[in-house]
Design a protein around this ligand. Structure first.
Ligand code: MTE
Ligand code: HPA
Ligand code: MOS
Length: 713
């Protein structure tokens, strides 16, 4: 690298390279492999140096003056190539239950095939950005758009060879994360800090959208090959799957993501005999990362495709075959990782939705429509969702909080590890706190997430943010309530009972106070009105090596029926109607949960129908702006969209408000769209042949699938 002209360029105040890094030159969360500035560039677009200038424009101009010569090596860019060359980021994993080979051999029916799901760019409206202000004593104050302030702090401390107590990370809220800021934000915060250190000035680094998409990892695309044995009713007897994912250049979170794929290879179905081989492919592309569903959805799509294949081969309604394979309540309720399912409401949700959506009669009218129409075809499908809640990495299931009640007016300040990213966690936590203190919502303020207020936090991820941080906040409140209670009992000689906090009044046996007066009185009597709180998820344990245990506290259930229309001449497709019934337990905030369900569904539909990440054979990404990469717009929502929260829903586990999270699970409701499209394609061959279709079902893939089918007729 020759950077002489860059340094001399107008307005430039600092240029940083790997030689400016005195500590760890890596931001990898679990394993090394994600250098801040690499010795060897391993993917197209990997950052090599950074420039600070007085204006953004000057910095951009300066960067282009770098002279860099490369020795070009031969890249591995696809999953298939990586499999062939045994190019992996980590060792393969094999999980087993029963004897799949024998069960398949003994089955009356057998099928095999292969299937692919695509990658996906997070495309949060706010891209990757950081802002760093140097402080006294070489400390740094880091503002980062991240889902994970604590690890940002650690990464920067290690990079600078400084103690963690010299770095403070603050995040007020982020304009969307979707998993793309669980680790992928670290490199930008790190580089920004390096520049702040070198310039001794505040520095802001905000990625241009193209650079953002080129540099950062995305959803893992998956390739699967399967052999399945089943009986005359379509019940799966034995299943063998090879699951391979594109991890990019490094492990990043790929181990946990592939693990979650393995943990969801069953979706809602009981699998008696199972063998899965899982390969984590190393490719010369950006390191793929967390994305809503975190591998679970990729595993679920693989089994849904198999069930769909079985139904087609038996000429049965896939809805029937799906239901027949469901986990049951009293038997057939142990997963392939040995967890007993105790909260199964799949049948209730599925049956209620089939009824309320008029699935059966619409299926008939769709068939009639297809008989009459040569070019436009319709399709319908129902798919179930069962998604496990908890971080599968056991120790991450903890959270902290800090709550203060101010003495003069009784207003409440709450701080937790929860990052507000549009999912509404701050609103929900404020509601929980207000409710616990019997106060109006407006009395509670949730402040910016900060590493010096609540330390050692986990990423806001795994749909567990409110479950964990909300519980920690309530724990802090229970401690403040204990202080208040002890004081009242002492002062007014009350023996038994606890305070009841309702409508701004606190009632003890025979004595009641206005909340504000109680707080003031307690302060004047030297009672602490502030507390930290902590929560750790009970019951869970998981032996990663033997793949056995109870990795999840509970499951979220849901189902969706989608009806689509395709144009067989252009491949264009649209969702005419979607009906969703989703379990949010006893919902904390139904409006927010419905927003998550709708948004998750549409994001999933984008993943499965229109979002397509493409690379050239040399590994250069070609889809790095909205002109080449299409995310769903409001106009891509189903024309008719009936979303309902399951009214009988409750959480049988000890979770705040008996609620269930709605963060990730609704994304998987979009599977119904993909299988409805497949159903529409099948109508072209009068349902006699099984269409070949990989995700995403873009117009061109739909056309190719129709073309292949027509050649069979
Ligand atoms: N919703 C919005 N609006 N923005 C987001 O970034 N992220 C999703 C989901 N819903 C996201 C979102 C992902 S990937 C997760 S894990 C959860 O929200 C995280 O929040 P929760 O734990 O509070 O559900
Ligand atoms: N989900 C999201 N992020 C994670 C997980 C998970 O299960 N495990 C580690 N990071
Ligand atoms: Mo979500 S993929 O767990 O950030």
């Amino acid at each position: 690298m020759n950077l002489e002209k860059v340094i001399k360029s107008e307005g430039v105040t600092a240029v940083v390279t790997s030689s400016d890094i005195t500590g760890r030159n890596d931001v990898g969360p679990v394993y090394d492999g994600d250098p801040i500035f690499p010795k060897k560039a391993e993917y197209y677009g990997q950052p090599l140096f950074a420039v600070a200038a007085k204006t953004t424009e000057q910095a951009r101009k300066a960067v282009l003056k770098a002279k860099i010569t490369y020795k070009t090596l031969k890249p591995v860019t696809t999953i298939k190539e990586a499999l062939k060359k045994k190019s992996y980021v980590l060792k393969e994993k094999i999980i087993k239950k029963g004897d799949a080979t024998k069960a398949i051999e003994n089955s009356v029916n057998r099928l095999n095939g292969s299937f692919t799901t695509g990658s996906q760019e997070h495309f949060a409206l706010e891209g990757q950005t950081a802002f760093v202000i140097p402080q006294e004593d070489n400390d740094y104050k880091v503002f980062s758009s991240t889902q994970h302030p604590s690890e940002t702090q650690q990464v920067i401390a290690k990079m600078l060879n400084q103690k963690s107590n010299t770095i403070t990370v603050e995040t007020r809220r982020i304009g969307g994360g979707f998993g793309g800021k669980e680790t992928q934000s670290f490199i930008f915060a790190a580089i920004c800090t390096l520049l702040a250190k070198k310039t001794k000035h505040p520095v802001k680094l905000r990625m241009d959208r193209d650079d953002d998409i080129i540099i950062t990892g995305k959803r893992h695309d998956f390739y699967s090959e399967y052999k399945v044995g089943f009986d005359e009713l379509g019940v799966i007897k034995g299943l063998k799957i090879k699951l391979a994912s594109r991890c990019g250049i490094s492990p990043d979170l790929s181990e946990a993501i592939n693990e979650r794929a393995l943990l969801h290879i069953d979706n809602a179905y009981f699998l008696e005999n199972l063998l899965v081989e899982n390969y984590l492919c190393k490719t010369n592309t950006a390191s793929n990362t967390a994305f809503r569903g975190f591998g679970g959805n990729q595993g679920m799509m693989a089994i849904e495709n198999i069930i769909d294949h079985i139904a087609n081969s038996l000429k049965k309604d896939p809805a029937e075959i799906r239901r027949r394979n469901f986990y049951q309540k009293k038997k057939k309720n142990i997963t392939h990782y040995n967890m007993k399912i105790e909260d199964n409401v799949m049948h209730e949700i599925y049956d209620q939705l089939i009824k309320s959506s008029n699935y059966k009669s619409r299926q008939l009218s769709i068939k009639k429509f297809n008989e009459k129409n040569t070019y436009i075809k319709k399709g319908i499908a129902i798919t179930p969702v069962k998604f496990g809640i908890s971080f599968t990495t056991w120790h991450l299931n903890q959270a902290g909080a800090l709550v203060h009640i101010y003495s003069n007016d009784g207003s409440v300040h709450v701080n937790t590890g929860a990052i507000e990213m549009g999912q509404g966690t701050h609103t929900k936590i404020a509601q929980l706190v207000a409710n616990e203190l019997g106060l109006n919502f407006s009395r509670v303020k949730v402040s910016a997430t900060r590493t010096d207020k609540v330390p050692n936090t986990s990423a806001s991820a795994a749909s567990s943010t409110t479950d964990l941080n909300g519980a920690a906040a309530l724990n802090a409140i229970s401690k403040i309530k204990m202080n208040l209670s002890a004081y009242i009992k002492r002062k007014y000689k009350i023996k038994n009972g606890e305070g009841i906090y309702e409508n701004g009044i606190v009632k003890f046996k025979g004595k009641s106070f206005k909340f504000n007066s109680l707080i003031k009185e307690a302060y004047l009597n030297r009672v602490s009105l502030s507390s930290s709180g902590f929560y750790a998820t009970p019951k869970i344990h998981f032996d990663k090596k033997n793949f056995k245990g109870r990795p999840f506290l509970y499951f979220c259930y849901g189902a969706a029926v989608s009806e689509v229309m395709i144009d067989t001449l252009t491949g264009e497709n649209k969702i005419i109607r979607t009906d969703i019934l989703h379990d949010a337990g006893k919902a904390i905030n139904p409006a927010i949960e419905i927003g998550q369900i709708e948004g998750g569904f549409v994001q999933g539909a984008g993943w499965l129908t229109m979002e397509e990440v493409n690379w050239k054979s040399n590994g250069q990404i070609t889809t790095h702006s909205p002109s080449t990469y299409k995310i769903p717009a409001a106009s891509d929502m189903p024309e008719k969209f009936n979303v309902e929260i399951f009214k009988k829903g409750k959480n049988v586990e000890q979770v705040i408000n008996k609620s269930k999270t709605t963060g990730e699970p609704p994304l998987m409701l979009a599977m119904s769209v993909f299988y409805a499209i497949k159903n529409a394609i099948a109508s072209v061959g009068n349902y006699a042949f099984y269409p070949n279709l990989n995700a995403p079902a873009t117009p061109e893939k739909i056309l190719m699938s129709i073309d292949k089918l027509k050649r069979k007729i």
